[in-house]
Design a protein around this ligand. Structure first.
Ligand code: 5GP
Length: 190
């Protein structure tokens, strides 16, 4: 069986990665599986352990790093986030195209470790729009919002490391473009 692709779906916090991903994820021809990340951040309202993230203690996370369990990891605004390797490998061996929805430091690690991965970077139409989107979420303090925005400005400087950069002005259009790119890449790696 053909091994699945590894797809890195990245972009600054608040750009709408989750919204866009949900609009293309279920398309049958893409044959996608989602890699559930491990994080030390606490769950937000409505988030479910084992579905949105695996929520773990800092000790557990640091153990996973020491035991070489992580494909990549990063510290982001005071918390750790990372991709456990075993599940990604299992899904790819089953032929699934595995999507990692991750921030930039982690994405750069995967781009380097897995050179044939497909990397997509989602950008906001403007930084003002990004601020509106992060503020609209209303789950975080002003300080954290500012930290996320400062971080986003730095992350945007790294977009040239990715194979594709897509502007999320219209989520449906961005999702259609992602789907097209993924489909073409599946076909060309046959
Ligand atoms: P949030 O706290 O908003 O859920 O996530 C913060 C940032 O961490 C987002 O940009 C999100 O995509 C990213 N993220 C989520 N999971 C992972 C992961 O496994 N590894 C890395 N490097 N970043 C992640």
């Amino acid at each position: 069986m053909k091994r699945g692709l590894l797809i890195i779906f990245s972009g600054p916090s608040g750009v709408g990665k989750g919204t866009v991903r949900r609009l293309f994820f279920d398309r049958e021809e893409l044959n996608l599986a989602f890699s559930i990340s491990m994080t030390t951040r606490g769950p937000r309202n409505g988030e479910v352990d084992g579905v949105d993230y695996k929520f773990v203690s800092k000790e557990r996370f640091l153990d996973a790093i020491d035991n070489d369990e992580m494909l990549e990891y990063a510290e982001f605004v005071g918390n750790y986030y990372g991709t456990p390797m075993a599940e990604v490998e299992r899904l790819r061996d089953e032929g699934k195209n595995v999507l990692l929805e991750i921030e930039v430091q982690g994405a750069l690690q995967v781009i380097e470790r897995v050179p044939d991965s497909l990397s997509i970077f989602l950008v906001p139409p403007s930084m003002e729009e990004l601020r509106r989107r992060i503020e609209g979420r209303q789950t975080e303090s002003q300080e954290i919002i500012q930290e996320r925005l400062d971080k986003a400005a730095k992350e945007m400087e790294l977009m040239n490391h990715y194979r594709y950069v897509i502007c999320n002005e219209n989520p449906q259009l961005a999702a259609d473009t992602c789907a097209l790119i993924i489909k073409r890449n599946i076909e060309t790696t046959l």
